[in-house]
Write a protein that binds this ligand. Structure first.
Ligand SMILES: [Zn+2]
Length: 139
């Protein structure tokens, strides 16, 4: 499965656009917020169509918006992945977990279990390491 790197609130986050009913998602309040990567509203997905999602917002009822504005945050990408840029597409085989200085050497394979939108840090995984295009290790 493909994931995306997105700079949100100054942090490089791993996100998914594979949105399913029951997922916790973030959306921008306006088009301006979207243009600034400001995904400032959170909600739970009620239904997913080909192009739109219906979301129950935390404070303000339901909203239907284009799917492209809807993202699921998986977790924070390691600060040592200095080559990663906003909008980069990442394959799950190039991702693993990083707890401080401890970096797994095998690709993390449990992202599919995250369809309910749980963030990795709630599972005890602090950061996400990415396979380096130069040395092929995870950083
Ligand atoms: Zn490297």
């Amino acid at each position: 499965m493909k994931y995306e790197a997105k700079l949100i609130d100054g942090k490089m986050m791993l996100i998914s656009r594979d949105i399913k009913v029951g997922d916790k998602v973030k959306i921008p309040q306006t088009k301006d917020n979207y243009d600034n990567n400001d995904f400032n509203i959170e909600g739970i997905v009620n239904s997913v169509g080909n192009n739109e999602c219906n979301i129950t917002m935390n404070n303000s009822g339901n909203i239907t918006i284009p799917k492209k504005y809807c993202i699921k945050i998986i977790g924070e990408i390691s600060l040592e992945t200095t080559w990663i840029e906003d909008g980069d597409i990442l394959d799950e085989h190039d991702l693993t977990d990083r707890n401080g200085d401890w970096v797994s050497s095998t690709p993390f394979s449990n992202y599919k279990e995250l369809s309910a939108g749980y963030e990795l840090r709630k599972r005890g995984i602090w950061k996400i390491a990415v396979r380096c295009p130069t040395c092929k290790k995870f950083h």
